[in-house]
Structure formats: structure tokens, C-alpha cells
Design a protein. Structure first.
Length: 338
């Protein structure tokens, strides 16, 4: 008879898988939170938001292209059947969210810009309430109220430091774009590998930024001058490489793995730590830290989002600071397969 190798203090396989999934989700949030700091260092050196987004998406798409082709296994009909999803994901979930967020980062602190984008679930709740005339659950109402109060504190209207209103508009535009993405991809698609959707969306997003730049619709420009990061002067390609490899490729891939290991709901809770990581990275890399009132407002927004996510009577899509195609496979016998 085979003997179990598990000792008295051994962690059950399900618990071990859940713990590793949480660690991977935290890694995804940490590297996603780096994007604002990397992008801001480039924009302070003379890069435009459109150029930073185009390089970020184009570089990440190039890295993910070969793995995506391997995952596709020559089934090109899957791409053709889902071309609308790929295009919408690229234009709204990738290009729109990143472009508006980077514009907000250009005028606001990284933490404030990301908190504005994270209001997307609250916008979804308000829109569904307006459209269906059905009052959300009590937890959702309390969460939405807490998020609105938090937003007022984050803007710190009575404080000494004035928040750029144009930056606020950009941040709210990112939130609207993220909310639209959630509606577009509300139905999970099991006919297209997530890696293919990610690479395809990045290609579409990069192409759209390049096209808008070439036609003069969006201002473009970059510089090869050295940039300042973490108090050090470094080459321009250092934050760009971090933006592509860490904040995009690694962040998206680990986000998908975490969602498959934990499920969209748990993964969405862990993704709230992206705000904390973004503030931490901005402090370490840019010497940028929100004021005390803004920190309290941020805590209220995160608390409000947690209340919205815990309300089982309100169906709100999984939350993510940047849209990631999270496609969790169906559960079988209480376990989740990767």
C-alpha cells in the first residue's frame, strides 16, 4: 500500500494551490503598479502619452507573439470567429485604458490617477441602477457612497495642493473606458486562448496609437535623453524595458494565471492591492506620495470597492486596474484546473 508523504503539518494541496495563487496575484498587482512610475519618468523626459502607450503595447505584443502562436496551434479560425472581441479588447480595454491613464499620470500623482480609474465598478453600478431602475443591494449602496466620499477626499478640493482638473477628467475617462470593457467582455469566451486574446489586443492597441499619431490626431514624440528614476539618472530604455517586460508581459501573464488559480472574484479582491503598490512604487521611484487627506480618501475608495465586490445581490464584473482577459475554466468537483 502506498504511504502518504504528507506530514502532520503539511499544507493540503488545495490550500497550497490557493496560497501560490495569491502570491502570483500579488506579483501581478506589484508589477502592474509599476507602470505609472515607469511611464511618468519617460513623460517627464519628453515622451508623449500616445508614444509611451504605443511602445508599451507594441513591445509587449512582440514578446507575446510567439507564445500566442504556439497556443493557437494553427487554429486561425478562432481568431476570425472572435475578431470583434479582439478589436474591442484592443481599442477599449488596452489602448483606451492605458492612454487615458497615462494622460492622467502626466498631470496627477500616480496613486490619484489609479484611484480614479478604479472607480469603474462604481460607474457600472450607477449605470445598471439607472438603466434597470432596480436598486442595488445595501452593501453596494454603502460601497458606492464610500467611494464617492473617498473621491472627494482624494481630490482634496479644500487643500493647499490643487488637483489638475484636466488630469481628473483623464482619470475618469480611464474609469469609463474600463467600465465599457467590462460590459463588452461580460460573457466569457472559451473558444479563444487568453494569451491569443492578450497578444491580439496589444497588437490592435499599438496599431491604433500609431495610426492616430501618424494622422496627427494625437501628439507624438520621444527622446533618447537620460531619465531620472529612483533618484538616479539612467538611460531612457531602462524604464521602457520595465514598462514592456514587467508592467505588461509579466503583469498580464501572471494576472491570467492568478485568475485561473483563484477564480475571478478572489483575484479581483487581490488586485485591489495594485493601488497600494502603485503608491509605494511612486514614493520609492519618483519621491511622490499623496497627502494625508488623499490617503484617507484612497482607503475609502478601496473599502467601497470591497463592499461592492462582496455584495452577492449585485453582479459586477471582476475588477482590475488594467483590463486583463481573465478566462477561468469551469469548476469540476470543487477544484479549479490551470
Amino acid at each position: 500500500m502506498a504511504q502518504s508523504t504528507s506530514g502532520p503539518g503539511a499544507m493540503p494541496p488545495a490550500a497550497a494551490a490557493g496560497a501560490s495563487g495569491i502570491l502570483i496575484a500579488l506579483l501581478s498587482s506589484a508589477v502592474f503598479g509599476l507602470s505609472g512610475s515607469f511611464a511618468k519618468s519617460l513623460m517627464e523626459a519628453g515622451w508623449t502619452p500616445a508614444t509611451a502607450v504605443a511602445f508599451r503595447m507594441g513591445g509587449a505584443a512582440a514578446v507575446l507573439l510567439v507564445p500566442a502562436l504556439i497556443a493557437l496551434h494553427g487554429r486561425w479560425y478562432q481568431v476570425w470567429q472572435n475578431w470583434k472581441t479582439i478589436v474591442l479588447f484592443g481599442l477599449v480595454g488596452v489602448a483606451g485604458c492605458q492612454f487615458f491613464y497615462f494622460n492622467a499620470v502626466e498631470r496627477l500623482s500616480v496613486g490619484v490617477a489609479l484611484l480614479l480609474e478604479f472607480l469603474a465598478p462604481v460607474l457600472i453600478v450607477l449605470w445598471m441602477w439607472f438603466r434597470t431602475r432596480r436598486r442595488p443591494g445595501t452593501a453596494t449602496m454603502l460601497g458606492a457612497a464610500a467611494a464617492v466620499v473617498g473621491l472627494v477626499l482624494v481630490l482634496d478640493l479644500a487643500g493647499d495642493v490643487r488637483v489638475d482638473p484636466i488630469g481628473v477628467i483623464w482619470g475618469l475617462a480611464a474609469a469609463v473606458c474600463l467600465a465599457m470593457y467590462f460590459f463588452i467582455t461580460a460573457k466569457q469566451n472559451e473558444t479563444l486562448p487568453p494569451l491569443v486574446l492578450t497578444a491580439g489586443g496589444l497588437l490592435v492597441g499599438a496599431a491604433s496609437m500609431v495610426l492616430l499619431g501618424l494622422t496627427g490626431v494625437l501628439p507624438t514624440g520621444f527622446t533618447t535623453q537620460d531619465v531620472e528614476l529612483a533618484g538616479w539618472v539612467t538611460r531612457w530604455w531602462v524604464p521602457l524595458a520595465g514598462l514592456v517586460l514587467l508592467s505588461t508581459v509579466l503583469a498580464y501573464v501572471t494576472g491570467i494565471i492568478a485568475a485561473r488559480a483563484l477564480g475571478p472574484r478572489v483575484a479581483s479582491f487581490v488586485s485591489l492591492t495594485e493601488v497600494l503598490f502603485a503608491v509605494l512604487w511612486a514614493w520609492l521611484l519618483l519621491s511622490e506620495l499623496p497627502g494625508a487627506v488623499q490617503m484617507v480618501g484612497g482607503a475609502l475608495i478601496v473599502t467601497g470597492l470591497i463592499l461592492v465586490r462582496t455584495d452577492k445581490h449585485t453582479d459586477v464584473p471582476a475588477l482590475g486596474g488594467e483590463a486583463v482577459p481573465l478566462e477561468a475554466p469551469p469548476q469540476t468537483g470543487g477544484s479549479r484546473r490551470l
